[in-house]
Design a protein around this ligand. Structure first.
Ligand code: SF4
Length: 360
C-alpha cells in the first residue's frame, strides 16, 4: 500500500499564522501542472509495485487551480499511476473558491474534501486574514454535496486565536457540528517564526490565548465532539466511525508515499525520506531540486514514538524506567491485549512532554 501527495503552492492571499510553503504570485498554472506530471512520470518507480490506496492534493490552496488545470492534473495522474485501487482521493479547498461551476467541474474520482474553515466568527476570520466569512462554509458544503456528490467532508478549526474566548470557540464547534461533516481537524494556533502573526505578537499588537485557556478549549472540544459521536483517532483529528483519513493515517503508520511539487516530502517506508526544495520559480523552469536523509536506528525509534503516540493506536514501547514513570503519573496506558501504549486523557494535554521523555 502507498500514497501520493501533490502540493499546490498557490494561495490568493496569506493568512497571518501560516508557514506552509505557498505563494501569492500568479504563476502559470498550466505549466505548473505539466511540471507536476513530468515529475510524477520521472519518479513513478519510487513506490515500486505497491498499489496506491490514497491520493491527497494539498497546499497551499488547491482550489486556486482553475477547474481545467485540476482536471488535467487528475487525468494525467490516472495515466501515469494505476489508480484503480485508490480508496480515498482528497482535495483541499477553501470555502470561497467553491462556486456551482467549480463544484460541477470536480473530477469524479475525488471522493473526499478537506476544507479550511478555522472559525465561525467573522471578527476572528478577519483577524486571521481568511477570505471567507462565517456563512460561506455551509454554502460551499451544500454545493459539494448536491452538485459534486461528495459526501465525505472534513473541516479544519483552530483554537487559541487572539481575542478568542471559550464562548466564541464553543460557537465555532456548534456551527461546525451543524454542518454534519464526517471529520473535523482542530489545531491549536502556534506562532511560527517569520509569519505576520509572529511579527504582530513581537510588536505587542496581538496576544494569543494563554496555555490555560487553550487547555480548556481543547477539553471542551473533545467533550463536545465525543458527545456528537466523533472519535479522536489522532491528537488533532476527530472522525465519525469509518471516516478516519486514510491518507493522513498512513503518515502516522509510516506507509510509503510519494510527494510531488515544490516542498513536497516523500518516504520509502524504510529509511529514506526526501523532499523537494520549496522554490516554485525553479520548479516551473524544470529545475527540481531535492534533498534527502537516511534515517538512523535512533531516528526510526523516535519516529515510531512520535507518530504512534499521536494516534489512538499508540506506539510499541519496551519496558523502561521512563515508561514506568509515565504510567504511574497516569500519562500513558497500555492498550489492552497488545504491546502498544497510548496517551491517557491527561497525557493528551501534555503529549509533547511525554514524547520528549521517551525519545532517545
Ligand atoms: S492557511 Fe492555507 S490559505 Fe492560508 S496562507 Fe496558508 S496555505 Fe494559504
Amino acid at each position: 500500500m502507498a500514497g501520493v501527495y501533490v502540493h499546490i503552492p498557490f494561495c490568493k492571499s496569506r493568512c497571518i499564522y501560516c508557514d506552509f510553503y505557498s505563494t501569492t504570485m500568479s504563476g502559470n498554472r498550466n505549466l505548473f501542472v505539466e511540471r507536476l506530471l513530468a515529475e510524477a512520470s520521472e519518479r513513478k518507480s519510487f513506490l515500486g509495485n505497491r498499489s496506491i490506496r490514497t491520493v491527497y492534493v494539498g497546499g497551499g490552496t488547491p482550489s486556486q487551480l482553475p477547474a481545467s488545470a485540476l482536471q488535467k492534473l487528475v487525468a494525467g495522474l490516472a495515466e501515469i499511476f494505476d489508480l484503480s485501487a485508490v480508496e480515498e482521493f482528497t482535495l483541499e479547498v477553501n470555502p470561497e473558491d467553491i462556486t456551482p461551476q467549480y463544484a460541477a467541474s470536480l473530477p469524479s474520482c475525488i471522493n473526499r474534501i478537506s476544507m479550511g474553515v478555522q472559525s465561525f466568527v467573522d471578527s476572528e476570520l478577519a483577524l486571521l486574514q481568511r477570505r471567507h466569512n462565517a456563512q460561506k462554509p455551509a454554502e460551499a458544503i451544500q454545493l459539494l454535496r448536491d452538485v459534486a456528490h461528495i459526501q465525505n467532508i472534513s473541516i479544519d478549526l483552530m483554537y487559541g486565536l487572539p481575542n478568542q474566548t471559550l464562548q466564541s470557540f464553543q460557537h465555532s464547534i456548534d456551527e461546525a457540528l451543524k454542518l454534519g461533516t464526517q471529520h473535523i481537524s482542530a489545531y491549536n494556533l502556534s506562532v511560527e517564526e517569520g509569519t505576520r502573526l509572529s511579527q504582530l505578537v513581537d510588536e505587542g499588537k496581538l496576544t494569543v490565548a494563554d496555555e490555560k485557556l487553550c487547555l480548556s478549549m481543547n477539553a471542551m472540544l473533545r467533550r463536545k465532539l465525543h458527545e456528537a459521536g466523533f472519535v479522536q483517532y489522532e491528537i488533532s483529528n476527530y472522525a465519525l466511525k469509518g471516516f478516519e483519513s486514510k491518507h493522513n493515517s498512513s503518515y502516522w503508520n509510516r506507509t510509503p508515499y510519494l510527494g510531488l511539487g515544490p516542498g513536497a516530502h516523500s518516504y520509502d517506508g524504510e529509511r529514506l525520506r526526501c523532499w523537494n526544495l520549496s522554490n516554485l520559480r525553479d520548479y516551473l523552469q524544470g529545475n527540481r531540486l531535492s534533498e534527502s536523509e537516511t534515517l538512523s536506528d535512533d531516528d526510526l525509534f523516535n519516529e515510531q514514538i512520535m507518530l504512534g503516540l499521536r494516534t489512538s493506536h499508540g506506539a510499541i514501547l519496551t519496558e523502561s524506567p521512563a515508561l514506568d514513570r509515565l504510567i504511574s503519573q497516569n500519562l500513558l496506558q497500555k492498550v489492552s491485549q497488545s504491546d502498544r501504549y497510548r496517551l491517557t486523557e491527561n497525557g493528551l494535554a501534555l503529549a509533547d512532554e511525554v514524547i520528549r521523555r521517551l525519545m532517545r
